[in-house]
Design a protein around this ligand. Sequence first.
Ligand code: ATP
Ligand code: MG
Length: 441
Amino acid sequence: MPKQVKKIIETLEANGHEAYAVGGCVRDTLLLRMPEDWDVTTSAKPEQVKALFSHTIDTGIEHGTVTVMIDHVGCEVTTYRIDGEYEDARHPKEVAFTSNLAEDLKRRDFTINAMAYNESTGLVDEFDGLEDLKRGIVRCVGDSEERFTEDALRMLRAVRFAAQLGFTIEENTKEAIRKLAPAIAKVSVERIAVELVKILTSDHPEELRMAYELGLTAVFLPEFDVAMKTEQHNIHHLYTVGEHTIEAMRHVRPEKNIRLIMLLHDLAKPVVKTTDEEGQGHFRGHTQGGADMARRILRRLKFDNATIELVAKMVKHHDDRPEEPDAIRRMFSAIGLENVPMMLEIKRADLLAQSTYQRESKFAIVDNLEAHYRECVEKQICLQKKDLSVNGSDLIAMGMKQGKEVGLVMEQLFEAVIEDPEMNQREKLLALAHKLITPFI
Ligand code: ATP
Ligand code: MG
């Protein structure tokens, strides 16, 4: 336990209150995992907590949560509470404080998340959380259907914990999800997106299949359901579009952007699929279509613009296979040199999730891209207009009038440099500029 948390608990106890570390931090510590954050649950009322510490923030005061700052580290301290009636499968209408720890543990979602610990009492485990932890089981505290009816997000959280911890969802809990999955439509997309990202960036992104089987993705990611049902009928592939997606995700780092790109890279395939006389499936246009679809999906899930633009761009170019140096430079210019290493990882993962047909030659193309990437970095090859050795002011100094023609000439200069990087020497480029601007002066 971090010393700040220890100090908070000891201070509360010294003033006649009960206090425990609770939830995720207890679970993760027992699993020898590093907790994301430490939460404290206490019998003290929020005002009493605030009176005991010099620096506190009213994080969720109406729900009894105060953030206590010690040595610049924040710890959420929440008063023991009972959640009242739930409205709309989302929010408790009101919360009531209680002086009974067991009551507080009862409102928590899963047995593995409903344990409390402090040094004076040891582990408080009212619902056999430790046993479920040992056996690797996600099980609701109390009646599953009731708990999911109170807050539908818990259904997706069950899948998330299975994915993060490599656990299985207990059978009754699973049945309840299957039955109540449509209710997740009532949960805000922001909360859904948080859990989705946690599933994708976990050690077991394949658990997204479970979210599909239980009927959850049908609500917030129906495009994935279609992919799971789309056969590829193609010599390059072994799996449905959905299974290929899952396999591809497993082959990239557990980082948000790249896992999102793998999730979305082929989702337009079902839409553009055609079948030839030999029965082979083809997917012309799936990259542009996929980029548009990725944008729509991520906007719907309220991701930020930077994420949306990066993902769409990488989806659009994920299947580019340039072999000639100028075509390679054009691709690097389109995605940005800084994104090339990520693109190499995407392409290799994509190949590993395909059949082994022509695998070696496919990898050779990626290796060639990587060699060119190194060269571009080493030689500081110009791949962006701003790195040209001539700029708009030079053209104006040569006699051009300010206006869109300047942009057009710059465009042509850039094109010449992409064709031949040697052209990006000031003398050479000025000479070319001279020829190009003649019609405009
Ligand atoms: P993480 O590692 O993501 O922080 P966590 O288990 O700590 O996982 P939080 O969302 O931080 O999850 O919530 C802290 C604790 O609050 C949980 O362990 C659980 O006891 C309780 N909790 C959180 N969300 C819910 C919910 N929707 N319904 C019931 N209890 C919840
Ligand atoms: Mg937490």
